[in-house]
Design a binder for this molecule. Structure first.
Ligand SMILES: [Zn+2]
Length: 266
């Protein structure tokens, strides 16, 4: 049994839901992100948010999987602040929806001034509505700069508890500083880029399993919606206990996400 706490099902087929259910997936969370193309108007996000809060939960339910979501405008499309603020203004009308856990995945792409303005606007919205936050971190040459800027923005906001914020896409270089500052950390498992299942298990062996989770981020690019059960297999092959396998792939996401009061596995 497992939870995939970060997967972009809008870009996956219904067959993927079936394969995930067969592999033991009982619940997922889907952050709003780039759809593989830039949307031409804020109205495009209105439809996307409907897809996330209405269509995908129904598609997942056919296979006994609980679907939850996070809303935002992703940093890749946040370079135009006027456009981005119009999208952010759409979010409050979706917050009554029971499957919405919070704001995400927000963060930075190129660490630009406009992106930082929009990041701060999202953090303001999260603080105002007492929402949890899921953060995307950039993969640039300087791997520490993006996460540091983001964590500083969260601290400067002043009202957000780091224990209710998860910083995703951590790697060997960033996992330590994220955990030290009291945040939760996520490892994104990709076939070649970001973190492979083998590297994720190495990181567990070096940093322990507290406040850490794994996810597949399965999206429109080359990615693997079964990456979490593959990491479970890797842990089993290396002799990790069933309790620690369950901790990283079920108990930890359950503990973090349950703080929203809305997360369900059945
Ligand atoms: Zn993502």
């Amino acid at each position: 049994m497992y939870i995939d706490p970060h997967i972009h099902m809008v870009s996956r087929t219904t067959d993927d839901y079936q394969r995930m259910a067969l592999a033991g997936c009982v619940a997922i969370t889907e952050p709003a992100f780039w759809a593989g193309y830039d949307r031409s108007s804020p109205q495009g996000f209105q439809d996307y948010f409907r897809q996330l809060t209405d269509t995908e939960p129904k598609r997942a339910a056919q296979y006994g999987i609980r679907h939850h979501t996070w809303l935002c405008i992703n940093p890749k499309e946040a370079e135009d602040p006027v456009f981005a603020h119009e999208v952010i203004a759409l979010i409050p009308s979706f917050l009554a929806c029971e499957s919405v856990l919070g704001i995400g995945e927000i963060g930075l792409n190129k660490n630009s001034r406009n992106e930082i303005e929009i990041l701060e606007a999202h953090l303001e919205l999260a603080a105002k509505h007492d929402l949890m936050v899921l953060v995307h971190t950039p993969h640039l040459e300087d791997k520490l700069k993006g996460p540091r800027l983001i964590m500083d923005a969260i601290r400067n906001q002043g009202k957000l508890d780091p224990g209710r914020v998860l910083i995703d896409h951590v790697e060997e270089h960033t996992v330590g500083i994220v955990l030290e500052r009291g945040f939760w950390a996520g490892m994104t498992l990709y076939p070649d880029t970001k973190c492979t299942p083998q590297r994720a298990v190495d990181i567990f062996e070096m940093h322990g399993t507290e406040r850490l989770w794994i996810n597949s981020a399965g999206d429109w690019g080359q990615s693997d919606p079964l990456a979490v059960p593959k990491a479970q297999l890797e842990m089993r092959a290396r002799g990790h206990t069933e309790a620690s396998i369950r901790k990283v792939s079920f108990d930890n996401p359950l503990a973090f996400l349950s703080q929203s009061g809305r997360f369900k596995t059945a």
